[in-house]
Design a protein around this ligand. Structure first.
Ligand SMILES: NC(=O)c1ccc[n+]([C@@H]2O[C@H](COP(=O)([O-])OP(=O)(O)OC[C@H]3O[C@@H](n4cnc5c(N)ncnc54)[C@H](OP(=O)(O)O)[C@@H]3O)[C@@H](O)[C@H]2O)c1
Length: 250
């Protein structure tokens, strides 16, 4: 029997990360669920999957990021896929420059960019092992955003963090091939707890329904499907795949 592959999905106690965990679990992956705060929700969710473990860790902390990867490898003995879905934001109108403090920059970049880097760096030696033992390259998939390439998004630091993430994707793809493939999936507005009860996101949703080519908000399941497609297309690396109903075109 072939050994089951293992996927670590950061920020998978809810929303897009949870949908990715469910989809990869249905594909037969063993799953490492993670979040920084929502430990009970993450534990319950991991229990609902056939073979999953929950690890609480704040990826913006270097030691915790390393401990997260170590816990995954200790539990399952290998790591094949890292999906960097953990992210944070604060809604700040782009013209309100005064509201964007250095502290806000540090918080958003600390999770979305440095946190993603820390987990990727800790995971890279394990992800590369598949190439060495003949089971193919490891994979990093970053969950970016349409805000990384268009002048939109919940705040300027958030949009900048996603632009940085897309370039990190290209740089790491160039640096880590052929042992590891690195790609981004870039959604536009997607129905998740992040967007559900926020007047800002409801306003964006209305705009999406009126003016994007596909006239609707996306679902987490669609983002998860794109992650699976990236994993399946083995000649793809350094790509940023939009899953945005055409939102980047307006
Ligand atoms: N929803 C959208 O419209 C949309 C559109 C484009 C891109 N995205 C991206 O998709 C990703 C997921 O967003 P979502 O909408 O699914 O949000 P969500 O439902 O709020 O989920 C965010 C997840 O990240 C975790 N998290 C936050 N900070 C963390 C940290 N420092 N360390 C570890 N985990 C952390 C959260 O758990 P805790 O709070 O418990 O830590 C939660 O599990 C984000 O990267 C976001 O930028 C979302």
């Amino acid at each position: 029997m072939t050994e089951q592959r293992v996927a670590l999905i950061t920020g998978s106690s809810s929303g897009i990360g949870a949908a990715i965990a469910e989809r990869l679990s249905a594909e037969g992956f063993r799953i490492v669920v993670n979040s920084a705060r929502s430990a009970e929700q993450g534990t319950d969710f991991a229990r609902s999957l056939p073979d999953a473990v929950y690890v609480q860790a704040d990826i913006s902390d270097e030691d915790e990021a390393r401990r997260l990867v170590d816990a995954a490898v200790e539990r399952y003995g290998r790591l094949d896929v890292l999906v960097n879905s953990a992210g944070t934001t604060k809604v700040v109108p782009h013209a309100d420059i005064a509201a964007v403090t250095p502290e806000l920059w540090r918080t958003i970049l600390g999770v979305n960019v440095i946190g993603t880097w820390q987990v990727s760096a800790a995971a890279a030696p394990y992800l590369a092992k598949g190439a060495a033992n003949g089971s193919g390259p490891g994979n990093i998939v970053n969950i970016s955003s349409v805000a990384g390439s268009r002048p939109v998004g919940s705040s300027i630091p958030y949009a900048v963090s996603k632009a940085a993430l897309d370039h990190m994707t290209r740089l790491l793809a160039a640096a880590l091939g052929p042992d590891i493939r690195v790609n981004s999936v870039a959604p536009a507005l997607t129905e998740t707890p992040w967007t559900q009860d926020s007047p800002f996101f409801q306003q964006i949703a209305e705009k999406v329904r009126q003016s994007t080519p596909l006239r609707r908000v996306g679902t987490s399941a669609e983002v998860a499907e794109a992650v699976l497609a990236v994993l399946r297309i083995e000649h793809m690396t350094g790509a940023v795949i939009p899953v945005d109903g055409g939102a980047r075109l307006i």
